[in-house]
Design a binder for this molecule. Structure first.
Ligand SMILES: Nc1ncnc2c1ncn2[C@@H]1O[C@H](COP(=O)(O)OP(=O)(O)OP(=O)(O)O)[C@@H](O)[C@H]1O
Length: 208
């Protein structure tokens, strides 16, 4: 993936300055920075949800996104929430449900699931799309510590198994460290990316 952003404005107000972000296959990065810095704006540009920017965007064919809100289809079962948007088979979807701790909940409606379970379902749906890069915008926010910890474990395992790359938006550097994502800080107005110390890149899981 390669993004060469010349800049991004909202109503004439510059929010993001020149930013170049390149991700090798399976590379993991975390976008950090204070509230309002432009993390979600940058993520939406990477995801292709915001095309009103100056610059160049090259992304692989399969991207999947996990938001803070699970964004499930309310009138579809847990299983259908995986199979319908991704085209994956019911058997593969059941296997993913089991991996995220929702074994046997195929027929549950989203409203019958807790927020933590809904988020795990959204995570299963994202991995069902067999993404080359997973985009996550504060996926562990507003969960209790236990549930957030379990989601982090699960995400780490699914990333290791799939070899997908990661762009994570978070306020919490420890989440980035846990997922072995290189911390990138958005600083200034308009914001640019500070890639930190050279050599700060954590080892790739396959190299450990
Ligand atoms: N649709 C929009 N229209 C106008 N301004 C916007 C829009 N979306 C975001 N902004 C502005 O762009 C700036 C960056 O917002 P953004 O949501 O990207 O920040 P963030 O770093 O993700 O913040 P947080 O950590 O609080 O989620 C903010 O000043 C925000 O007010």
């Amino acid at each position: 993936m390669r993004l060469e952003l010349a800049g991004k404005q909202f109503d004439g107000r510059p929010v993001l300055g020149p930013i170049t972000l390149e991700l090798a296959p399976a590379q993991r990065v975390a976008l950090l920075g204070p509230s309002g810095a432009g993390k979600t704006t940058l993520m939406r540009i990477i995801a292709g949800l915001d095309t009103r920017f100056h610059g160049l965007r090259q992304v692989p064919e399969r991207l999947a996104m996990v938001f803070q809100e699970p964004n499930l289809l309310p009138w579809r079962t847990a299983l259908q929430n995986i199979t319908l948007p991704t085209g994956t088979t019911p058997d593969a979807a059941r296997a993913l449900l089991a991996q995220v701790g929702l074994e046997g909940r195929d027929a549950a409606w989203p409203r019958q699931l807790s927020l933590g379970q809904q988020r795990r379902l959204a995570l299963a749906r994202a991995f069902a799309a067999r993404p080359q890069i997973l985009l996550m915008d504060e996926p562990f926010a507003s969960l209790d510590a236990d549930t957030a910890g379990r989601m982090l474990d699960l995400t780490a395992r699914l990333l290791d198994d799939s070899g997908a790359g990661l762009v994570l938006v978070t306020h919490d550097p420890s989440e980035a460290a846990f997922l072995r994502a290189q911390p990138l800080r958005l600083r200034g107005t308009p914001a640019t990316l500070d890639v930190g110390e050279p050599g700060a890149l954590p080892p790739h899981p396959r190299d450990i």
